[in-house]
Design a protein around this ligand. Sequence first.
Ligand code: ADP
Ligand code: 5GP
Length: 202
Amino acid sequence: MGKLFIVSGPSGAGKSTLTRRAIDFFPDLRFSISYTTRPPRPGEQDGVDYRFVDDATFDRMVARDEFVEYATVHGRKYGTREKDLKELLAGGVDVLLDIDVQGAERIAKRIEGGVFVFVLPPSIEACRRRLERRGDIAPEELEKRVAAALEEIKKIYHYDYVIINDDMEWAFERLKSVIIAERTKKDVLIEEVRKIFNLQEV
Ligand code: ADP
Ligand code: 5GP
């Protein structure tokens, strides 16, 4: 069974930058490609960053119960297809999800053994500045996201790890450490050790 890493936190925290870097760094870690009704941004590719679908398609998938979790985030729908995720995990592949806080709560209820990582900006001002700099939202939307961030940060108590994303390099080092530490746990490696040394169960 593969390990599931859930990277979540408020908008502007740095989740997608961190997850992209982790996927590039670990050749054996797969990104879970979500479905979304939002249009692609310049440079984004269908089937790589997201599977871009229309509202009707998304709603049909909801009606067929195809999503292990889905949520409306800032007016657009996003979801993780259960079959895609479970096939990867059952095949022994470690998977990284970049999802919002509501989605992470739903995953925690439906899938066991996930590793929950909360990414947050070093301050509300930094959060605001980064969202502004990314330049893809209107000023009135910006304040809504900042207010939403404050609400989302209250969910931090449910998580296993916290990355305060002050400096990107250092934040990435910490995400790498989480992944490596989780993969180094005895329970993960014991089968391999048993095989190598022909150990009997005690
Ligand atoms: P999220 O996916 O959580 O919404 P992004 O990864 O898109 O966040 O990051 C939001 C913006 O902040 C991006 O423009 C990104 O380049 C910038 N950013 C991320 N981490 C840092 C950091 N440690 N210092 C400065 N800017 C950052
Ligand atoms: P963006 O549109 O900036 O790529 O993503 C907006 C938000 O949607 C981010 O917080 C991201 O983590 C979240 N998101 C992306 N995919 C999913 C998903 O499948 N489910 C949920 N619940 N949130 C998602």
